[in-house]
Design a protein around this ligand. Structure first.
Ligand code: 13P
Ligand code: ZN
Ligand code: NA
Length: 280
C-alpha cells in the first residue's frame, strides 16, 4: 500500500532498523524492487531523482511507481529525490507521490530553511512528507557535479529542524554519490551527536560503495533511510554484460528480465543488511 515517508520512518526509528530508498528508472526496476520487498515482508521506498527525469519523465515514471505502491502487499513510500525545482516538486505531489525531497544544501542555510518551509506547506496540502538536506554529500547531485563533502554541523541540524519540522533530514557524514574513488571517512561520531540532539529521522545519501558494516553502524547511530542508486544501476549493467557475452540470440524479453532480476537481487541484499525484513 502507498504510505508516507513520515509513517514508515517513524516505525523504523522506533524499531532501530533502516529502510532502503531505491532509485528506479523504469517499470522493470519498480517490479523487481517491489517483488523483493514483498518476499522479505519489508517496507520500502521507491524514488526517482530530478536529475534523471530526462531518462524517466515524471508523468510516465510517476504513475508507474504510484500504481505499483498501491498494489503492493507491503508499505511503499513513493519519493521524489533531490528536488530543486518547486514546479517539478508540485508536479510530483499532483501525481500522488507520498513524499518529496527539497535539496537546498547547495545554498545558504537561511535560504534552505525558507524554501524548505514553503515545500512543507505545499506538501501538507497533499498529505505528503518532506525530506531536506544540510551539509554537503559528496559526488554529483543533479546539476552539481564533483561536490566537496561538507560535514553537517550539530547546531545547523538543530536550528534547521526547529524551524522547518521536516519529516526526514539528510545529513552529510562523509558519504558521496556514486562509487568511492578513495575510502570514505565516515563520521559516526557526528551522526550520533545529531541523532542525540535532533529528534528527526536521519537519511544517509550515497549508499552505493559502502560496506555492510558501514550500513549497520550508520543505522545503529541513528540513520532511518538509506539511499541506494548507483549499485542498482551497476548490477543491471553487469547482468547485461553476462547475457551478451555468452549468447548470440538475446531477446528483448531477456533484457527485461535481467533488469527486473538484477534489481530484485540488489534490493533483497540491501533489505537484509538494513534489517527491515519482517517489519511490516
Ligand atoms: P548512490 O548512487 O551512491 O547510491 O547514492 C544514492 C543517493 O543518495 C540518491 O539520492
Ligand atoms: Zn542523494
Ligand atoms: Na556512493
Amino acid at each position: 500500500s502507498l504510505v508516507t515517508l513520515e509513517q514508515i520512518l517513524k516505525q523504523a526509528k522506533a524499531g532501530r532498523y533502516g529502510i532502503g530508498a531505491f532509485n528506479v528508472a523504469n517499470m522493470e526496476m519498480v517490479m523487481g524492487a517491489i517483488e523483493a520487498a514483498e518476499e522479505l515482508n519489508s517496507p520500502i521506498i521507491l524514488q526517482v531523482a530530478e536529475g534523471r527525469l530526462r531518462y524517466s519523465p515524471l508523468p510516465l515514471i510517476g504513475p508507474v511507481m504510484v500504481a505499483a505502491a498501491k498494489a503492493a502487499k507491503v508499505p511503499v513510500a513513493v519519493h521524489y529525490d533531490h528536488g530543486f525545482d518547486l514546479a517539478l516538486i508540485k508536479q510530483a505531489l499532483e501525481l500522488g507521490f507520498s513524499s518529496v525531497m527539497f535539496d537546498g544544501s547547495h545554498g545558504p542555510l537561511d535560504q534552505n530553511i525558507e524554501t524548505t518551509r514553503k515545500v512543507m506547506t505545499l506538501a501538507a496540502e497533499f498529505g505528503a512528507s518532506v525530506e531536506a538536506e544540510i551539509g554537503k554529500v559528496g559526488g554529483s547531485e543533479g546539476d552539481y557535479a564533483g561536490v566537496e563533502i561538507m560535514i553537517t554541523s550539530v547546531e545547523d541540524a538543530k536550528r534547521f529542524y526547529a524551524e522547518t519540522q521536516v519529516h526526514a533530514l539528510a545529513v552529510a557524514i562523509g558519504t558521496a554519490h556514486g562509487e568511492y574513488k578513495v575510502e570514505p571517512n565516515l563520521r559516526f561520531d557526528r551522526l550520533q551527536e545529531i541523532h542525540d540532539q535532533v529528534a528527526v529521522p536521519l537519511v544517509l545519501h550515497g549508499g552505493s560503495g559502502l560496506l555492510a558494516g558501514d550500513f549497520r553502524r550508520a543505522i545503529t547511530h541513528g540513520v532511518s533511510k538509506v539511499n541506494i542508486a548507483t549499485a542498482s544501476f551497476q548490477s543491471i549493467v553487469k547482468r547485461m554484460y553476462a547475457i551478451f557475452s555468452d549468447n548470440q540470440g538475446v531477446t528483448y524479453f531477456q533484457l527485461h528480465d535481467a533488469i527486473r532480476q538484477a534489481t530484485y537481487e540488489n534490493v533483497k541484499e540491501h533489505i537484509c543488511i538494513f534489517g527491515s525484513n519482517n517489519q511490516c
